[in-house]
Design a protein around this ligand. Sequence first.
Ligand code: GUN
Ligand code: ZN
Length: 443
Amino acid sequence: MPQTLIRGRVLTFLREPQGPGDHQAYSYEEDGAVLIDGGRIVASGAYGEVSRAAAPGCTTADHRPHLIMPGFIDTHAHFPQMQVIASFGAELLDWLNKYTFPEEARFGDPAHAAGIAEFFLDELARHGTTTVAAYCSVHPQSADALFEAAARRDMCIIAGKVMMDRNAPDNLVDTPPTSYDDTQALIRRWHGKGRARYAITPRFAITSSPEQMEMAGALAREHPDLHIQTHLSENRDEIALACSLYPEAPDYTGIYERYGLTGPKSLFGHCIHLSEREADALSESGSVAVFCPTSNLFLGSGLFDYQRYRRRAKPLRVAVATDVGGGTNYSMLRTMDEGYKAIGLQGEKLNPLSSFWQITRGNAEALALADEIGTLGNGTSADIVILDAGATPAMALRMERAKTLAEELFVLQTLGDDRAVVQTYVAGKAMKGSTGGGDGIRD
Ligand code: GUN
Ligand code: ZN
């Protein structure tokens, strides 16, 4: 594969910004470039220097005047819920029973699962997302479909079939032994193949019996390098039901602790109503609390206390995610816009530098994958998004008043969506059909 040189304004984060004026937290080149070889970044920085490193015959993609950033990372989404998104009028438990479970039952059909898997990854790429941690349905063939679709794109993916053996329709439950065996087989088939990683995925304590939670814990012990993903403390009724099903546990988090499911590779979706004990337990174990703002607002679940969680004496590791289809948009820009508002309702602000750090390097660190994704560092995968803050007439008009990079990022977050994504590269390969305007690939 020949080298590709991507030219534009290059922005990547070096560490978490400490405030809106923390210019040491990022690297920015007004006339910048990224050089890609074999799907990896081999140089990035000032165009003059990077272009000198390019081999003769290198292809150039000239994206000036747009921003070049690491591709966005979505740390929690449900691919079988593409036809559930935008379902009216229910809170979590009713929403699961009324809309979600009947839809997920369709994923026993491998052809259906394969079609939606393709659609899902295309839709993510259209929105600038290059890595996702995804829940599949209970059917192992749904996980095969998603891993196959990701492999065809050479896309970094973390995914797992949900383990669920109770409190769901008969056509949507497994059993403790089958969930264990199916998960083991999927791990053997997919984990570490190309860019795929398997996540042990007990859906949540309500749909897993104690026997199945034992199985999830056994899988976690046998595969300590794997991610674990589940849901925690999303909604008051859910918390009450989970605690009633596990009366011996001190609280909801204590259920997962008891089965050995907390830890630095554990991703807990929602974490809205945590007690101080639960937050301490998550912090001490290095677990990650996943903020899903559009979902939390859409399902009326509550407000994730992002700033307090991060400031507390025992801080939480935090990631951000769409939670499609409880979440209402595939875009991490739309997600951070809603996140900003949810944080604002708690009397706090999230500055735009921190926002864009979070959906790139911050989420990569939360997934323990910052060596591979989330930055434009040499040797990392060439997962890149090209952003245009003037993509719509209203954005272009607003940009006439923007003077700083932080202002531009805030316009992108507040007004941007898939229209602001000019191109998405996955492992160096352009995912969007044709580039319009002044954006084109030139030899
Ligand atoms: N809790 C258990 N399953 C789900 C799900 O599919 N979506 C959300 N938002 N919460 C859950
Ligand atoms: Zn979820």
